[in-house]
Design a binder for this molecule. Structure first.
Ligand SMILES: [Zn+2]
Length: 441
């Protein structure tokens, strides 16, 4: 193996509302090393008048990935636990078993954020040495909120008369995205436990575990921070913290569920049946106004997004930035509050490729801290490349300026970068399910 790649191929797959990127480092003599970053969807586009089914489409993409990588993945990266980033790793019928195809490519490293470390639920050492900040309860609350999402979804699927259709639709969407995708989570764990493989749970400043596997590539983990680094990821600027913590208190009282417990048995909450022990909780939820419930589920959604890995690949003189769905609190640690924030901003000014955060939503590409700091926008010789994986009409509304992708951001991306937008990838018969950016080094 040569010591450094000569180019990088980035394939953005058409997964509708979700992310799926295959990053291939090309070494001399056509030798390649492949890293899969996320593989999931919560809504697929139509083919003609028919909506494409995940159980048919995800295996097609998995087989394509297997073909490109010759059945060998160097690493699988799951930036965070939302279904639109991991549902393709599931091995059950809903994904058409696409996760089995990926597992057969035997990734040598499975990289996830520290909040996914199963040991952290029982013993916080791996997450942070500072147990006084209680990451355990933070993780338990993420897990408990997953159950809440399941109940919200159940309610949205069988809405009371008082609930408007639009609220029910938004609730169903957010609920679906947040419930644990047990099969996918288990497959990620199993891939990391395979003999010869390594599971890595990373945080700001930690190793991504890829050093020896990707010669000539430096991978920096910029996010998420641990709670010892900052408490800010617990809270969201654009939400109602009172409502949030009040609810968290109740949720914790719900038999003190831990991550492991939910992992073993809790994923069924997505069905229409509510577990007996949670019925009182369901009734409390039903008492909340639909708007309040929606607000709470949004907070949950945001908080999970803030557990996203933010990764910077430095290869040759090029810099490639993959931030998952990280939102402002996660970014602001890396770019503003961390001891090395000035250095990070300087590095990111030179980014050559940016995977647009959170499907182009308004709060995942911080305008001043990140966007305006990108030097290679606009009329420059080597204009930066960007990739946006999204599906219009699923999230937010234009009148509230919350539509995803946000029009103003999309305009700027089109105007000032070489944008690859997965919405433009056709699923018509005979067409390829991906679009390619090549970065020459
Ligand atoms: Zn997402």
């Amino acid at each position: 193996m040569a010591s450094a790649p000569i180019s990088v191929e980035i394939r953005a797959y058409q997964v509708g509302f979700g992310d799926c990127f295959l990053v291939s480092f090309v070494y001399p003599q056509e030798k390649k090393r492949h890293v899969l970053i996320d593989f999931g969807t919560t809504a697929l586009p139509k083919r003609g008048s028919k909506t494409v089914k995940p159980s048919e489409h995800l295996p097609r993409i998995a087989e394509h990935i297997k073909g490109v990588c010759g059945g060998e993945l160097t690493a699988v990266i799951a930036t965070h636990r939302h279904a639109d980033h991991i549902s393709g790793f599931a091995t059950d019928g809903r994904s058409g078993g696409s996760g089995k195809v990926i597992a057969a490519c035997k990734p040598k490293v499975v990289l996830q954020p520290w909040t996914e470390d199963p040991d952290a639920a029982r013993d916080a050492r791996a997450a942070t040495r500072d147990t006084s900040r209680s990451p355990k309860s933070y993780l338990a609350s993420l897990a408990a909120m997953h159950r809440l999402a399941g109940h919200a979804l159940a309610l949205a699927l069988d809405p009371p008369k008082s609930m408007s259709a639009s609220v029910a639709k938004q609730l169903a969407f957010l609920g679906e995205d947040n419930i644990r995708n047990r099969s996918a989570v288990e497959n990620l764990m199993a891939m990391g436990r395979r003999r010869g493989a390594k599971a890595v749970w990373a945080h700001h400043g930690s190793s991504a575990g890829l050093q020896r596997l990707l010669p000539g590539v430096k991978v920096r983990v910029l996010g998420p921070p641990t709670l010892a680094q900052t408490e800010k990821i617990r809270k969201m600027r654009s939400s109602d913290p009172d409502e949030f913590w009040q609810l968290l208190g109740s949720a914790r009282g719900l038999r003190g569920m831990g991550v492991a417990e939910v992992r073993r048995g809790g994923a069924a909450a997505a069905g229409k049946t509510v577990p007996v022990e949670a019925r009182w909780f369901r009734d409390r939820i039903a008492d909340l106004s639909a708007q309040q419930l929606l607000e709470i589920v949004r907070v949950l959604d945001d908080q999970m997004n803030n557990t996203s890995l933010i990764l910077l690949f430095e290869v040759g003189k090029k810099k490639l930035l993959f931030p998952g769905d990280a939102q402002i609190e996660n970014w602001s640690w890396a770019l503003q509050d961390a001891p090395d924030a000035a250095k990070t901003r300087k590095l990111l000014a030179q980014v050559d490729f940016y995977k647009v955060g959170h499907h182009g939503s308004r709060n995942a590409t911080p305008r001043q801290l990140l966007w305006e700091n990108f030097a290679k926008r606009g009329a420059v010789p080597e204009r930066m490349k960007t990739a946006l994986s999204t599906l219009k009409g699923k999230h937010g509304t234009k009148s509230r300026k919350t539509e995803v992708p946000r029009t103003t951001l999309l305009d700027a991306l089109e105007r000032e970068t070489q944008l690859l937008n997965t919405e433009e990838i056709s699923l018509a018969a005979g067409s390829e399910p991906f679009e390619l950016h090549t970065i020459d080094l």
